[in-house]
Design a protein. Sequence first.
Lengths: 198, 220
Amino acid sequence: MDTFLRLLGACCAALVIDNTILVRALGVSTLLNIAKDKKQLMAFGVSMTGMTTVTCILAYFADKFLGKLPYSHLYTPIIYVIIISAVYVLELVLLWRFANKFFKRTRKFIHLSAFNCAVLGTLFLAPGPIQTGDAGLLSYIFFGLGAGLGFLLASMLLFAAYDRLYSTDMPDTFRGFPLVLLYLGVLSMVFYTLTGRI
Amino acid sequence: MANDTQQKPFSPDNLTAMTYPPLLDGLWSKNTLLAAGMVIGPAAAASSTFKGSLALAMAFSLITAVTVVIGSLLPRTLVYALRIILYTLIGSLVYIPVQLLLEITFPGELLALGVFIPVLLINPLIVIRSEQRFFKQPKERMIADLLMHILGFDLVIILLGFIREVFATGAINGYILGIHFTFPILGATCGGFLLLGVTAGLFRRLRRLAMANAKKKIGK
């Protein structure tokens, strides 16, 4: 029960307290690229959640090894990029082989779901210090899952208001991109308040 | 004859090409942060102090410039999936000397910047803009265009860092300015988003005023 609550806490931490977009501001540019279409957004969100979860699993084993090495903070990014690249290639192969229709629909942004600040940032933020790597594997999995779901949550919140932010009722100077940032700022403020940071 | 008197239909792109040299795209009409909406994360979350913004600008400039230039040497015949992997691997190698340089020049700021230094190696200028724009140009023009895009980001982020530190703490680099109204929220991510949104709106207004003035001059 204690372990389950700890894992749930790790997931909620990634989903709300350390929300990828609204608290950590990781992957915002990627979000702006995909927020206008609901189907694209869902496909992207699912792809990214899978990416963050699987890469976190591999990062757990990498962190256990890296924790024993000196100056690991210098070459940790290389290891993480190799992990992301391996999962990206695996994703491409699996989708092409077993879900060809989905692959054709998502091929133009599938690289974005792998190579973005949110995925790389999640690996750095995963629980457990690099030096000792003593966080459980399940903590990493739940954290990765929570990070991906947090991105999806923020995407859905943006999608809900997208048409209004780009409508002609809005002042021309702020219509679209500036208003999106202001909207994300207000949402971020809500999350900060809910988590007691303000 | 007919072509001599025939004018190009007016459009913002024609106007930009006529009134500003293309090199200024990265600074002005396609400013990395305020127009193109790229690299927003570090700007919103990490640029909360002036010195932090300077460190971030230096890291971004070095990582992006070196990575894109080396990446431009890769053959275009390689499959796209492999190219993008190589760009990020090059970025992660360039990160090492940049991190060492930051440890010497900005040791106090590194802890506050956290993950925003390593995530710069995967920033949209490297992953997206390089293929979409930079690599389609001749080398010399590509480097100039890239430097303008980088400078466009650096200037904005340093300005944001300055404003945020002054109005969030009432001080700059520990020197108290005596400002009576401070907004501590500007030091948080939410404040960064709000300030960025306002700045993007004002920047758009400025661009449109400049374009309207230029149109009047062309009309005359």
